[in-house]
Design a binder for this molecule. Structure first.
Ligand code: ADP
Length: 167
């Protein structure tokens, strides 16, 4: 069965998928943006597991309970802070998508939802981020038939337009 990529414009915390991905920070300490929204809606069990894990380096991904959320698990990945583009930002962003998908496959999951990693507080240019996200997910899906559905959750108009143009 071939996989599908969908663009949706919703609060990621409300999605009933196997895994939602969090754009976390290296300390897994929660914060603003999508990270804050996930911890707020999911409750304290998510932070308890994050504390036990400790640090997650940029480009890597870890998995925790989803607490009270409708998703089965939360995959926390740490996007790069945009620093001009010559600090391996693109490689790290691609790794976020690849490692999150691989974790989902390892869990036997078939549906996963991504926020627009690094395009908020971390200031990654949105068009470049969208290109890397789409290219990386498509390449992964070509080599892997365990995932049925990947959702790109576009929380703002600009990202939604960019993803619609690029997909
Ligand atoms: P980063 O630090 O990786 O830039 P942010 O949370 O600041 O992470 O932003 C990442 C993206 O998540 C932004 O495009 C932002 O609009 C989006 N976002 C914020 N809240 C939510 C939410 N509840 N559901 C989905 N996306 C969200």
């Amino acid at each position: 069965m071939s996989s599908l990529i969908d663009i949706i414009e919703k609060d990621i915390t409300q999605l009933q998928v196997d895994a939602i991905v969090n754009a976390a920070n290296r300390q897994l300490m929660g914060g603003g943006g999508v990270d804050g929204a996930i911890h707020k809606a999911g409750g304290p069990e998510i932070m308890e597991e994050c504390r036990k894990i400790g640090i997650c380096e940029p480009g890597e991904a870890v998995i925790t309970t989803a607490g009270q959320l409708p998703a089965k698990k939360v995959i926390h990945t740490v996007g790069p802070v945009w620093n001009g583009g010559d600090q391996q930002e693109e490689e790290q962003l691609a790794s976020c998508y690849k490692n999150s998908l691989q974790l989902a496959v390892n869990e036997g999951f078939t549906t996963i939802a991504f926020p627009n990693i690094s395009t908020g507080i971390y200031n990654y240019p949105k068009e470049r981020a969208a290109e890397t996200a789409i290219k990386t997910v498509k390449a992964f899906l070509r080599q892997n038939d365990h995932i049925d559905e990947v959702y790109f959750v576009c929380f703002d108009e600009e990202n939604k337009r960019l993803y619609q143009e690029l997909i």
